[in-house]
Design a protein around this ligand. Structure first.
Ligand SMILES: NC(=O)C1=CN([C@@H]2O[C@H](COP(=O)(O)OP(=O)(O)OC[C@H]3O[C@@H](n4cnc5c(N)ncnc54)[C@H](O)[C@@H]3O)[C@@H](O)[C@H]2O)C=CC1
Ligand SMILES: O=C(CO)COP(=O)(O)O
Length: 338
């Protein structure tokens, strides 16, 4: 069945997901606050700053007017950087109030709100009045936008407390290059997607320093151990971390040169200053804010997160990368499991 879908956010992932939904036969409108980007998408069918060289479906229409985009939509996908999700959801709440409409909601952002440590579904739930929303779903998993643009076979998961909602979105997104699973564990899926960005930053840093495959494997394995430990303390199912939004997303972002987090880490490893790295990227590096949130969550809960602490110290200029690695390597010996 053809649905009307509003996508809020036209960065690399928002525009890529909007294109998938359009190719799947849905009527998709995408919102961006940037008029130049809207014009480029509508006239050239490109989004060069965010997805170099990719040509979008001519059926995908963009607009700067959120109300026009959301009007008549059966579904709304929010997909902006995590630290602005609350602001965009606040505008959406206003629009839904004016339209008196209750579309199905899903988001695809991978981060935690700073200071509150809230997951994005919690931020959206808090922001949209209850009469304008039912359950909130999340789409997550190992899915670099650039890989989807090349039609690499890509597998993701949609999580929701409401499995019917998850199945609804599974059907909307599925096609022969984009396969979608469902998962009931929204806490684990959202925390997996957010916290793996810390491991991706660290993996890029090791590569930038010239370290090799042993270091990469060590970091990915022990990184997964600590992010799942924190997530389980917040109610996640540990098995989720063996799945697409756990080990799957750690593999892609900690090894892919398409990953913004990996690329940021790589430049840090090569000795560039954090500010320079952020300015050069021009796209969101979620791991920076999320490592701060995870560091504070670990302090609060007493969960041991040595890699997160190390990344936090490096990003805050408290330690050099070399000192942080030495500290990690010379920690007291301990049992691997338990
Ligand atoms: N790029 C990718 O391959 C993937 C990204 N994600 C996640 O998707 C989320 C969005 O990421 P990207 O699309 O990559 O980001 P991006 O950096 O490519 O684009 C972000 C978009 O948000 C817009 N934006 C920024 N501040 C805004 C504000 N205050 N109000 C409204 N719009 C604003 C920008 O104009 C831009 O269009 C992130 O949480 C990311 O972790 C998830 C999977 C894959
Ligand atoms: O989450 C992603 C792929 O699954 C995208 O990661 P980056 O934001 O590091 O590019």
């Amino acid at each position: 069945m053809t649905e009307k879908i509003a996508v809020l956010g036209a960065g690399s992932w928002g525009s890529m997901l909007a294109n998938i939904l359009t190719e799947n036969g849905h009527e998709v409108r995408i919102w961006s606050y940037n008029p130049d980007q809207v014009q480029e998408l509508n006239e050239q069918h490109t989004n060069e700053k965010y997805l170099k060289g990719f040509r979008f479906s001519e059926r995908l229409r963009a607009d700067t007017d959120m109300k026009a985009v959301v009007q008549g939509a059966d579904d709304v996908l929010l997909i902006v950087p995590s630290q602005v999700t609350r602001a965009v959801a606040t505008d959406l709440n206003q629009v839904l109030t004016e339209l008196n409409s209750k579309p199905a909601l899903i988001h695809g952002s991978k981060g935690l709100e700073q200071h509150t440590f809230k997951r994005m579904s919690e931020v959206i739930e808090e922001t949209i009045a209850s009469q304008y929303r039912a359950s909130i779903s999340v789409i997550s998993g190992p899915s670099q936008a650039e890989g989807v643009a090349r039609k690499d076979p890509t597998l993701v998961t949609v999580a929701s407390e409401d499995l019917q909602a998850a199945r609804h979105f599974q059907q909307l997104f599925m096609n022969n290059y984009f396969r979608v699973y469902t998962n009931h564990d929204i806490i684990g899926v959202e925390l997996g997607g957010a916290l793996k960005n810390i491991i991706a930053l660290a993996a890029g840093t090791l590569a930038g320093l010239g370290y090799g495959d042993n270091a990469k494997a060590a970091l990915m394995t022990r990184g997964l151990a600590e992010i799942s430990r924190l997530a389980v303390s917040y109610g996640a199912n540990p098995l989720t971390f063996l799945g697409l939004s756990g080990v799957g997303d750690v593999i892609v972002t900690a090894t892919s040169q398409d990953s913004r987090n990996w690329r940021a880490g790589y430049q840090l490893g090569q000795g560039k200053a954090l500010e320079t790295v952020i300015n050069n990227m021009g796209m969101v590096i979620e791991g920076i804010a999320t490592s701060q949130a995870a560091y504070e969550m670990a302090q609060l809960t007493g969960v041991e997160m040595p890699i997160t602490e190390a990344i936090h110290a490096v990003l805050n200029g408290e330690e050099t990368v070399a000192v942080a690695i030495q500290k990690l390597m010379t920690r007291e010996g301990r049992a691997e499991i338990g």
